[in-house]
Write a protein that binds this ligand. Structure first.
Ligand SMILES: C[S@@+](CC[C@H](N)C(=O)[O-])C[C@H]1O[C@@H](n2cnc3c(N)ncnc32)[C@H](O)[C@@H]1O
Length: 242
């Protein structure tokens, strides 16, 4: 089992509490910094996720670790009956709710505070579940994935977008430099939480990706697991069924 990466080295709090505190703190400038540090490419990746979800014509969608709701908002174009965005950080959800109200989508998208590892839903509730840049922040990854399997319908689809590490020269070296030096520097200069972007890059560097993550999905209740690296492997889109 790999080392558990937490945001604050000096804090006695567990990962879950630290992650909640960190995202609450950075919530108001999360969107702006997100676009900058991903050079805007995250929008392209999210579109791919929406396309896969759309192929399944879902009526009930759950976006876990929805944050400020970017993916939930994009999935409204699929015209499902309901989208629920769930997140552990009330601060991130507050920013998301403002965007949803502005887009006049508050009847279509509900934003609720909740923990991916213990969700307030019946078994077999959702036709599609998405998680973008959320799973590497879970305190207990196995528990979170099992819980997703529980609330997904037997016919449903899980789509996960998460950072991964390019394995080929020169992208591997370029990405390491970017995440080890540029990302923490941008965070130190512009974020309200000086260590947040160091945590985000450390957690990205240590997250199990590709076939290793596929096996974590299989072990916790999923089959038909596929993964598709995007932009030289900087991120990966995983799809799976129960
Ligand atoms: C990097 S942000 C991603 C937000 C959004 N999905 C996006 O793509 O921009 C990670 C989010 O995961 C949330 N999170 C972390 N652990 C969680 C948990 N156990 N349950 C629900 N949300 C969680 C954080 O609060 C944060 O909003």
């Amino acid at each position: 089992m790999s080392e558990i990466i937490k945001p604050y080295r000096d804090s006695q709090l567990g990962k879950k509490e630290q992650v909640t505190q960190m995202f609450d703190t950075i919530s108001t400038n999360y969107d702006g910094l997100n676009r900058v540090i991903s050079l805007g490419i995250d929008v392209k990746w999210r579109k791919k996720v929406v396309k896969i979800v759309g192929e399944n014509k879902p009526k009930q969608i759950l976006d876990i670790a929805t944050g400020t709701g970017d993916l939930a908002l994009m999935m409204a174009n699929l015209n499902p009956d309901k989208i629920i965005g769930l997140d552990i950080s009330a601060g991130m959800l507050e920013v998301g709710k403002q965007k949803i109200n502005k887009a006049n989508l508050s009847k279509k998208i509900d934003m609720i505070v909740g923990d991916s590892e213990e969700m307030p839903f019946e078994n077999d509730t959702f036709d599609a579940i998405t998680v973008s840049f959320g799973v590497r922040n879970f305190a207990n990854l196995d528990k979170g994935i099992k819980e997703i399997a529980r609330v997904l319908k037997p016919t449903g689809v899980l789509v996960i977008l998460e950072t991964s590490n390019p394995t080929k020269f020169p992208f591997k070296q370029g990405y390491k430099f970017y995440t080890n030096f540029i990302l923490p520097l941008v965070g130190k200069l512009f974020s309200k939480d000086k260590v947040a972007y160091t945590y985000l890059s450390e957690s990205a560097n240590s997250f199990p990706f590709g076939e290793v993550f596929n096996n974590i999905l299989r072990k916790n209740g999923f089959s038909d697991v596929k993964h598709n690296p995007v932009t030289f492997g900087v991120a990966t889109i995983y799809t799976a069924r129960k």
